[in-house]
Design a protein around this ligand. Structure first.
Ligand code: HPA
Ligand code: MG
Length: 245
């Protein structure tokens, strides 16, 4: 029974992974294409890194230092470029949390474009969503800004997100996008949370899979705080209380 279940999971993944999204692009079939941060990974002590003084008491530990985010982002950019080949893409930044990953990922793609034989024409678009208050999802997304999605019709869209938590936000966003018939939609998320609340949704490109903790920094916020922290850290109870609304 267990083997059957495992086989089913793999079969399901292969199906998802091998569907050509558009001509010339086929996702690689691979086992684990993200860095997995373990359940009881202690991270790094706050005082081993430069952290703004105003957050020193509000974090449990640093989970992903900025340098590691940078190196992983570089490799994700390479994977994206090799999948999209010469196809033009519209990179869609999911604001606000996605802005750091978006600019850093695009800088890396632009670097590859300047320095390698083939290049991927890039344009950018933005959408602003809100679904979290304190550390809880409000359950439905609200589009509170950005251009008309109609401009994405017929385009290859790369959605760039900071985090896939339950997956509900991304699934709702994908429904909105599919309504305007893009040529293809791919999703790159820096983080994916391992949580029992997950819908099972997985992005096409993932930086890190993280434990079920509320993380902040590198543009991820808690009620708009912590975006000005350059590492990704785990907020502590004091921080949650201090910045609660
Ligand atoms: N941190 C910040 N924003 C989020 C998170 C998180 O852990 N999950 C969903 N949105
Ligand atoms: Mg987000």
């Amino acid at each position: 029974l267990i083997r059957l279940a495992v086989t089913n999971v793999q079969f399901h993944c292969c199906l998802l992974r091998s569907v050509p999204i558009f001509t010339g692009v086929r996702a690689k079939m691979s086992t684990q294409n993200y860095i997995k941060i373990g359940e009881d990974d202690p991270g790094y002590p706050i005082n081993m890194f430069c952290v703004p003084r105003h957050y020193e008491e509000d974090l449990e530990h640093v989970l992903i230092p900025a340098g590691l985010i940078n190196d992983r982002t570089e490799r994700m950019a390479r994977d994206i470029c090799s999948d999209f080949k010469h196809e033009a893409i519209v990179a869609l930044c999911v604001l606000k949390g996605g802005y750091k990953f978006f600019t850093d990922l695009l800088d890396k793609i632009k670097l590859i474009n300047r320095n390698s034989g083939h290049s991927v024409p890039l344009s950018v678009d933005f959408i602003r969503l809100k679904s979290y208050q304190n550390d809880k999802s409000t359950g439905s997304i609200e589009v509170i800004g950005g251009d008309d999605l109609e401009s994405l019709r017929g385009k290859n869209v790369l959605v760039v997100e900071d985090i896939v938590d339950t997956g509900k936000t991304m699934q709702q966003l994908l429904n909105l996008l599919h309504a305007v018939n893009p040529k293809c939609v791919r999703v790159a998320s820096l983080l994916v949370k391992r949580t029992p609340r997950s819908t099972g949704y997985r992005p096409d490109y993932t930086g890190f899979e993280i434990p079920d903790r509320f993380v902040v920094g590198y543009a991820l916020d808690y009620n708009e705080y912590f975006r000005d922290l350059n590492h990704i850290g785990v907020i502590n109870e004091q921080g949650k209380k201090k910045y609660a609304v």
